[in-house]
Design a protein around this ligand. Sequence first.
Ligand code: NAP
Length: 329
Amino acid sequence: MKVAIVGATGMVGNVMLKVLEERNFPLDELLLVASERSVGNKLKFKGENIEVISIPSAIEKRPDIALFSAGGNTSLEWAPKFAEVGTTVIDNSSAWRMDLSKKLVVPEINANELENTDKIIANPNCSTIQMVMALAPLHKKYKIKRIVVSTYQSVSGTGVKAVEQMENEIAGIKGDMAYPYPIHKNAIPHCDVFEDNGYTKEEMKLVNETQKILGDATIAVTATAVRIPTAGGHSEAINVEFDNDFDLSEVRQLLSETDGVTLQDNLDVNMYPMPMYAHGKDDVFVGRLRRDGSQPNTLNMWVVSDNLRKGAATNTVQIAEYLIKNALV
Ligand SMILES: NC(=O)c1ccc[n+]([C@@H]2O[C@H](COP(=O)([O-])OP(=O)(O)OC[C@H]3O[C@@H](n4cnc5c(N)ncnc54)[C@H](OP(=O)(O)O)[C@@H]3O)[C@@H](O)[C@H]2O)c1
């Protein structure tokens, strides 16, 4: 099994290295790939220094799987070239997610859609992954009608430059800006670029990707995405209306039985999910479960997850593990 990480020097790429190591992923050779700026640099994997190579050099080596996290343009240009030499690409950017011919996969929910002919597989957006992880078991049982979600997103979701901006601001150093405004001591209601409809691209990802992953275009979703000065993970306040009524204790039971979800919901001991404690973990944490008294069949919940883990690297590696386990590569 020859695996390439394209974008190995970035925030997500770095966590991919950790996740592959922790999960003892079956590997014969690991190719670390980044832009020309990083070629020749060395990164550590399992105590060994591996030299970063360019994309064309990686394609020449015909890896079985390429885990991409190098931005949409890199993916649009290079993922098909990897696919042409027989590599299965699992891509973290938004480039292929809404392409009707590409699968958008959260393994716990819809990995069964994957086939050996899928040569470019899309990994969903980080905010979408944690939301659908918490909602999929409830959708199955009560059928979702409408979701209203507000996100509180970590700077690590924007990449290395944004983490540096926050660290510089905390230290009082003037440096490059990843955002149009300071992020330290601030909340910026602007994640990704604005679209013509007044929503940001991040907000529309929550709408479109949720419908695609849950396989139900009738689910209504409206979102507000906000960047806040945390580094550990993304948080989401979710208000979800179902077709059918639910019982809160049954909701708790369903969530606690869901693989990859941890229920943290005990008000007696102030137990609820927080990004500081989700950081570095693979699970999606759910709490503050309560009935919305303002309308029938509606639930409020608070969902937190490390955007670089389940929101990106872990989900990608889980897809790769599924492909290997089911002989799809
Ligand atoms: N951060 C998150 O929570 C998150 C979650 C889900 C998905 N994603 C997606 O994952 C991707 C990477 O995000 P990130 O946060 O890791 O960004 P990042 O920290 O800025 O890292 C970007 C990576 O891409 C590489 N790269 C950039 N241009 C390249 C090119 N032309 N050819 C080859 N490599 C190139 C960079 O290499 P150099 O170091 O050489 O520049 C670096 O390794 C993005 O598409 C992002 O939308 C991020």
